[in-house]
Design a protein around this ligand. Structure first.
Ligand code: TEU
Length: 538
């Protein structure tokens, strides 16, 4: 496969509202990101993915945009954003913007106009349908609500929303609307950004006929519908192909076969994608299933398209809590997961705080949570007459707020995130888990990430290497080979609280050089709990 800068990149996701607050309003801001760019440079990442910071009433933390051309007050202003871009570039890094094209905010002027009458030209920018038997047009659920439809009394129709009521879906069949979107995308690209993370991009095309779903709970009818590839090819032709950028599509419900249609190098659509077979579909760690997913995606995209590797973003519980051990082996486990993500085929992503081994949270009351997905689900279940405390308990482990707590900079008030009152409570473990502490310990998770990133710069085998699983049936051990132009690496992972013996794997490590380990270097056949090793064979 052709070498490109974005295949070689390590991406760091900045959830700015929880990153660093400089104006004491309790929300992180763009100036706060600027102030921490040297920290990110020291970590060594190449690309920053900035969560949406456009004008928004913030029902879904910026994923409900009311003006694509302005910066949200909480984040700052356009001049600060421009300085951010400049400062990122000055440090030799790149910036990709998170863009939501499937829906807008209900406060977007297009939607406001769309509400005004059946024949307003903006009516067709959204998806409006007549009632069916006095109720919604079909039985579709939305991600955040029991129905994907909301009735608008004055005009007597329902509008569709794949997410919250405040996030009406756009009608991509409308050519005029598509052109306005492409123009807006060129506006940002002409400012010099280096690409986009495209929110739920596979949801743009809706199922023809809007028929009832057999399994409304599954939601998969919302995505990958006929017409999506025509839209993306048009977007590529009118926007992407004219810039040297990186595009990563968020694509739930996708198989490797379909994934290739989005990111195949001969397809002229997107560069890479996030699939959710792990983050959304695998509630807790399942090694055999994880290996099967890796194998299927590797084989599906091999030589033709580029995958992405991540275990959580701002929508999921932090990886060391959900998939590792955030108790007695937190440090080892955080390093093991990092080793895995950075050595499997695909572009590695780091979600802010992961590089210091931040963990999920558990607050006492639903009032401490802000996540609209969790809040709406709580209300829905409680309204069914269920016991509130058991609903709460059920929703805690996967609340999206688990990853949204403020970045832990130091053992000072509010973890050094803000001088004000943080919009969401700081994880109480900040005195022991924070950046300052990590920077003062040579064995820290931070320096382990730094080493992994440096290794990637010098060893194309981590990027372009073929992948072979050498441990398919092992429930705790994961061992694989990467090989590229005569270089062979072996990665050994013991994803378990127990010691595991390597002998079971029948490996020949004679003469192999130990490149990296999260324990003191050892030739032992016994792998310690959560031990990770990388060997070079040649
Ligand atoms: O998420 C899409 C989405 O809802 C899922 O793929 C996600 O993994 C799920 O919420 C897990 O609970 C994107 C954004 O990342 C998310 O923050 C937004 O709320 C959503 O789109 C709507 O724009």
């Amino acid at each position: 496969m052709k070498r490109t800068w974005w295949k070689e990149a390590v991406v760091y996701q900045v959830y700015w509202r929880s990153f660093n607050d400089t104006d004491s309003d309790g929300f992180g801001d763009l100036q706060g990101v600027i102030d921490k760019l040297d920290y990110l440079k020291e970590l060594g990442v190449d690309v920053i993915w900035l969560n949406p910071c456009y004008e928004s009433p913030d029902f879904d933390n910026g994923y409900d945009i009311s003006n694509y051309y302005r910066i949200m007050d909480k984040a700052g202003d356009m001049a600060t954003w421009e300085r951010l871009l400049e400062e990122v570039h000055l440090r030799g890094m790149k910036l990709i913007m998170d863009l939501v094209l499937n829906h807008t905010s209900h406060e977007h002027p297009w939607f406001q106009e769309s509400l005004s009458s059946l024949d307003n030209p903006k009516r067709d920018y959204y998806i409006w349908k007549n009632p069916k038997n006095g109720g919604p047009p079909n039985n579709w659920r939305s991600y955040f609500e029991p129905s994907a439809w909301t009735y608008h009394e004055p005009t007597g129709q329902y509008y569709m929303h794949s997410f919250a009521v405040e996030q009406p879906d756009l009608n991509w069949e409308n050519k005029q609307m598509r052109q306005e979107m492409y123009e807006m995308m060129r506006y940002w690209l002409d400012k010099g950004i280096d690409g986009f993370r495209l929110d739920v991009i596979n949801l743009l095309a809706k199922q023809a006929g809007f028929k009832d779903a057999d399994e409304p709970e599954g939601l998969s009818y919302l995505g990958n519908n006929p017409g999506i590839h025509e839209y993306l090819q048009e977007m590529n032709e009118q926007v992407f192909r004219n810039y040297d950028i990186m595009t990563v599509g968020e694509i739930p419900f996708v198989t490797p076969e379909d994934g290739l249609l989005y990111v195949g190098e001969d397809r002229n659509e997107l560069h890479t994608l996030f699939h959710f077979e792990v983050a959304d579909d695998m509630p807790s760690w399942d090694m055999l299933r994880f290996k099967e997913i890796q194998k299927r995606w590797y084989e599906g995209l091999k030589g033709k398209g580029t995958n992405s590797q991540f275990l959580n973003n701002h929508d999921h519980t932090r990886q060391v809590t959900r998939f590792g051990n955030d108790g007695m082996y937190r440090v080892e486990s955080a390093k093991l997961l990092a080793t895995m993500i950075h050595t499997l085929p695909g572009i590695p992503y780091i979600f802010q705080g992961e590089e210091i081994g931040m963990t999920g949270v558990r607050y006492d009351s639903i009032d401490d949570y802000h996540d609209i997905a969790m809040k709406n689900k709580y209300e829905e279940e409680v309204n069914k007459g269920r016991e509130p405390s058991s609903v709460f308990e059920e929703l805690l482990p996967l609340s999206r707020d688990n990853s949204r707590t403020p970045m832990q900079w130091a053992d000072v008030e509010h973890a050094g995130f803000t001088d004000g009152k943080p919009w969401i409570k700081v994880n109480p473990n900040y005195p022991s888990i924070n950046v300052e502490k990590e920077m003062n310990e040579s064995n820290s998770v931070f320096y382990f990430y730094q080493t992994l990133i440096q290794l990637r710069k010098r060893n194309p085998v981590m990027i372009y290497g073929d992948y072979t699983d050498l441990s398919a049936d092992e429930p705790d051990l994961y061992c694989y080979k990467r090989s590229f132009e005569g270089n062979e690496w072996i990665v050994l992972l013991n994803h378990s609280d127990a010691i595991n013996n390597l002998k079971r794997l029948d490996l020949d490590l004679n003469g192999a050089e130990l490149i990296l380990s999260n324990y003191p270097a050892s030739e032992s056949n016994e792998l310690n709990p959560h031990e990770a090793r990388i060997y070079a064979l040649s």
